[in-house]
Ligand binder design. Structure first.
Ligand code: FEO
Length: 392
């Protein structure tokens, strides 16, 4: 139960291998859905296709013999919209409420769906009366798709935030509480944010301005837990992330290493940084570790070192992928250093820099380390110098 009138009817998915076809979810995934029980009844979004029956069962239990009046579709991505048809077969008298763009997508995703007159196009700022609850719709384009809207319930002071404030992980998984993650939320919410919504910081900032004007006591996202306590904590993190500000002072060293020599340079640099008092040094092997985690780390910290091999006269593939992820998401305002390795024509540093050329506010370290196959005395001295620069 979220409040007396708002009931949770979401599900946990522990079968999923990759969320959205690319993100590992070792703790599973939650698809959230809610029902608001008033004189009129509104269901907030549907559910992923494999959980239709479970979800309809939960809904029927909460309805206790009543029938829903409205289905509010905040987001058309299939993890939330795939059960619209089944829902309307069960409750054909329901009116669907969504943005104009969502209705277009609904027709494209679910061919043959005929809503007839049973639809309300929700304009930005439009309201819907349920009885004692008044819902206000806030368009939130590109958080995470163009048709998205959020919904505010002024009676219970609830913001239904669509994908925003969501995280990876099922709700029955034990949250991992850390000193820097006191609610066991930030780590997987940050990976979710930068992976999925990270490109649209400007649009998230626009939505945060709209929500700042509301009196919000509870956030009901489409993934992850319902947030009821310490809401400024979550809003501040979303503000930091969407403004592309570094959250923590720390150095991320993202690397690939074919024969272990580039890795040796990374380990030497990491040790030097720790010796110099850098508390947070994250070294991540892009070929073996989760790249989405590396992307999250790069945005989280204020300094980044890229270390890779020259490969086919360009950059080693995993580094290429990583840099593309950063560029796509508008990585900016960070210090970046480069380490390259090559056995006959090293040019990875030049190519990495060229790929990141259009990024704003990148301050390149003066020291670039070029390794010819294995570390030379000169390389060690350059790594010392790079550590100095990173600690300035
Ligand atoms: Fe959870 Fe963008 O769908």
């Amino acid at each position: 139960m979220v409040t007396n009138d708002i009931r949770y009817i979401g599900v946990n998915d522990h079968q999923l291998d990759l969320f959205e076809g690319q993100y590992i979810v070792p703790e599973g995934m939650a698809y959230n859905s809610y029902v608001i029980l008033d004189e009129k009844i509104a269901v907030m979004d549907t559910i992923e296709v494999h959980f239709t029956d479970e979800w309809l069962g939960k809904l029927a239990k909460e309805l206790n013999g009543r029938r829903p009046d409205y289905l509010i579709v905040q987001h058309m991505e299939p993890d939330h919209s795939a059960s619209i048809k089944a829902f309307l077969e069960a409750y054909p008298d329901t009116t669907v409420v969504a943005t104009a763009k969502a209705f277009t997508m609904m027709g494209n995703f679910y061919r043959g769906l005929d809503l007839g007159e049973k639809k309300i196009v929700a304009a930005n700022g439009a309201t819907l009366e349920l009885g004692s609850h008044t819902l206000t719709f806030l368009h939130a384009p590109m958080v995470h798709w163009p048709e998205v809207m959020m919904t505010y319930d002024s009676k219970d002071k609830v913001l239904f935030s669509a994908d925003a404030f969501g995280k990876f992980g099922a709700l029955d998984a034990e949250p991992e509480i850390e000193d820097d993650d006191p609610y066991g939320w930030a780590c997987e919410a940050r990976r979710y944010y930068f992976g999925i919504v990270g490109k649209y910081g400007m649009q998230v900032q626009a939505v945060l301005k709209k929500t700042a004007a509301l009196d919000i006591g509870i956030i009901c996202p489409l993934h992850g837990p319902v947030l009821k306590e310490d809401l400024p904590y979550y809003f501040n993190l979303y503000d930091t992330w969407s403004a592309y500000r570094a959250e923590t002072k720390g150095v991320v060293i993202a690397y690939t290493s074919v024969y272990g020599n580039t890795k040796k340079a990374v380990e030497y640099l990491a040790d030097k940084l720790r010796e110099k008092g850098c508390d947070v040094v994250e070294a991540t092997d892009l070929a073996r570790d989760d790249i989405a985690e590396a992307v999250e780390d790069a945005f989280r910290h204020d300094r980044l070192v890229l270390a890779t091999t020259t490969y086919n006269n360009d950059i080693f593939p995993f580094m290429n992928h990583f840099i593309e992820d950063l560029v796509e998401r508008g990585f900016k305002d960070r210090s970046v250093g480069l380490i390259e390795n090559g056995s006959w024509a090293p040019n990875a540093a030049k190519n990495m820099k060229a790929k990141m050329e259009g990024l704003k506010g990148i301050s390149w370290l003066d020291t670039t380390v070029t390794i010819l196959s294995s570390l030379s005395d000169e390389n060690y001295a350059q790594l010392d110098q790079m550590a100095e620069e990173l600690m300035k």
